[in-house]
Design a protein around this ligand. Sequence first.
Ligand SMILES: Cc1cc2nc3c(=O)[nH]c(=O)nc-3n(C[C@H](O)[C@H](O)[C@H](O)COP(=O)(O)OP(=O)(O)OC[C@H]3O[C@@H](n4cnc5c(N)ncnc54)[C@H](O)[C@@H]3O)c2cc1C
Length: 316
Amino acid sequence: MGLILSLNNFSISFQNSLPEVSGDYKFNYPLSRIAWFKVGGPAEVMFIPKDKQDLICFLKNIKKIQDEIFVVGACSNLLIRDGGLRGVVIKLGNNFKSIKYEEDHLFVGAGALDIVVSRFAASKGIGGLEFLSGIPGTIGGSIIMNAGAYGREISDILVSVEAVDNYGRIHNIDSNDISFSYRSSQIDNNLILLGACLKGYKEDHLVIKNQLNEIQKLRNDTQPIKRKTGGSTFKNPKDSKYKAWELIDLSGCRGMKKGGAVVSDQHCNFLINTGNASAFELEKLGDEIRSKVFCSTGVNLDWEIKRVGQLLEVSR
Ligand SMILES: Cc1cc2nc3c(=O)[nH]c(=O)nc-3n(C[C@H](O)[C@H](O)[C@H](O)COP(=O)(O)OP(=O)(O)OC[C@H]3O[C@@H](n4cnc5c(N)ncnc54)[C@H](O)[C@@H]3O)c2cc1C
């Protein structure tokens, strides 16, 4: 009881110490509302900056808690644990979603959705961004994850990024100065991406349209995209001739369950929240899959989904 009271007091004094902003603060905001998995505890504080200046002002004035600022995009690659996130979770609002273009270059806000950017490019006859149409994240999250599909990754089309650090200083970084690898980037944790320049190429509208249709059909046929999921749970291992889903299938994990969490029958590298799963059950199921795959095949699967927040053992 004493501990709970002092934690609450800490929370209240932390909330009272936040700088004045023009955007919105939400306290104890349930992150399950915005997470693709529809699970996860609250953000102690959710900050939705009005615009770039507001975000800079916040960063310059907040008491330094570097470890306790976390940025989310569309939460499509996050398993937010049931204990939620301490500190401030930043979600970029509408003024970070702009899209402009000049010839075959696009200048996009980090909060813009990949699919919106891909469709915008298509409408201007700019090709090379079709693969983004099937990825349900934002540009910011996709750069951090080096998201990709069908043989292309966002690093292939990235020219530069604009970012702000925890002290409110702006950085413009050439993509050649960022190290990217499969589903990962070496971008400093203390940077919040604000926008990016992407490069496509002039392409016939019909060719782009056909590619977009093909991607949509492939997704519908092979992935449970209408379910509560986090996409591919594990990375395809570098040192195996099998993909992650094949190893999971070979190890007998298709259809495995833990409470309300289940391994998708349609694509067994996808975990599904069937309705009332907890983040703990989803994570536990993922860990059990890793052990089974390791026992059967000797391959150690690496999580592609990022698990964040405080672990709480919630079973339903
Ligand atoms: C149905 C489904 C299908 C998917 N298919 C694919 C696929 O084909 N290919 C693929 O690569 N991925 C896929 N994913 C995973 C996911 O969509 C991608 O990883 C996506 O790029 C994540 O973007 P996000 O905005 O949701 O990021 P989030 O999940 O919100 O965050 C991911 C990481 O990025 C960081 N981040 C987000 N925004 C910013 C920012 N502005 N500045 C700094 N850091 C930031 C977060 O802190 C976190 O570390 C799929 C997911 C689902 C649910």
